[in-house]
Design a protein around this ligand. Structure first.
Ligand SMILES: [Zn+2]
Length: 305
């Protein structure tokens, strides 16, 4: 792992260098910086995976709104921003049905699309023990104001771990450049079962090998938790078009830099090292488990994303 991480960070540095030169570039004005690698935006396919489904909607916000609603709104804005920037092959992947089945469906669709990159869009919550009760709009809800901020996750079991980390680092730095801060709490021991190794402390990228959508897709893949909807203040921010716009602009800049630094589709996975050992499975959204337990009980229990 240590060796892989060292390689990854070196590659990420190269990607960031490209990002700083090409962030503002548009499809028609690339000629202004001839020394910088070019992204053929029209040929580069991004799959935007909308986390969860209407039927299995993920976490609940402090005000009782489904995570799926937040994911869909943000993904729609990112989709539009990418298309406006010339990434015409972008695909918005909205999946239906129960949680477990939808995971297999979304991964199968993503792999069929022959995409260059997958970004799975989510919003975060907290383990149950951090939740407090309050009343909002006459209903009993739960919240946690202790943590706020976005976070990024990559899997070392993805066929392209270096590229996945490189894109995550690019995106994290673009978010940071727009004044958004990642949450550091996933690296803390008090997270216990939900603790993750921080791979890029500047960009807020964590390692989460068992995330199904990351390890089963056949292209570089990153999961974005765009912010905590359990945090009462951040939930209000995440509901605004301004906040979504900041995230969407960050994604466009990061995708463009990634595309420019990786202009051709890889012919083979970087490392063929999918492991056969049984893994313990965790989830980012523990509150969802109660609802999904019935479906999970009769099937292998992969990660719920
Ligand atoms: Zn989620």
């Amino acid at each position: 792992m240590g060796g892989v991480r060292g390689i990854c960070l070196g590659l990420a540095t190269a990607f960031v260098a490209a990002a700083s030169s090409s962030v503002a570039a548009q499809p028609t004005d690339n000629a202004s910086s001839s020394s910088v690698a070019r992204c053929q935006r029209a040929d580069f396919r991004v799959v935007l995976d909308v986390g969860h489904t209407r039927r299995s909607p993920g976490a609940k916000s402090a005000r009782g709104v489904d995570e799926f609603d937040f994911n869909l709104r943000l993904a729609n804005m990112v989709d539009q921003a990418l298309r406006d920037a010339g990434f015409a092959k972008t695909v918005l992947l909205v999946t239906d049905g129960p949680a477990v089945r939808s995971m297999y469906t979304r991964v199968a669709h993503a792999n069929e699309l022959g995409a260059d990159l997958l970004l799975s869009i989510h919003h975060d919550s907290v383990p149950d023990r951090f939740l407090e009760k309050w009343e909002f709009d006459g209903k009993n809800e739960t919240y946690c104001d202790r943590f706020k901020g976005h976070s990024l996750f990559v899997s070392d079991d993805n066929p392209y771990p270096k590229d996945s980390l490189a894109f995550a680092s690019l995106l994290g730095r673009q978010l940071k450049a727009r004044g958004l801060q990642y949450t550091p709490h996933y690296a803390e021991s008090f997270m216990g079962h939900y603790q993750h190794k921080l791979l890029d402390a500047d960009a807020g990228v964590y390692r989460y090998d068992t995330l199904f959508v990351l390890k089963k897709t056949h292209m570089p893949a990153v999961l974005l938790e765009a912010g905590s909807i359990a945090n009462r203040e951040e939930e209000l921010q995440l509901e605004t078009a301004d906040r979504r716009q900041l995230t969407a602009a960050s994604v466009v800049a990061a995708v463009d830099a990634f595309c420019a630094a990786r202009p051709t589709k890889p012919s083979a996975p970087e490392v063929a090292r999918h492991r056969s050992r049984t893994r313990h499975v965790a989830s980012m959204h523990p509150r969802r488990h109660a609802r999904d337990r019935t479906a999970s009980a009769v099937q292998p229990k992969p990660d719920m994303h």
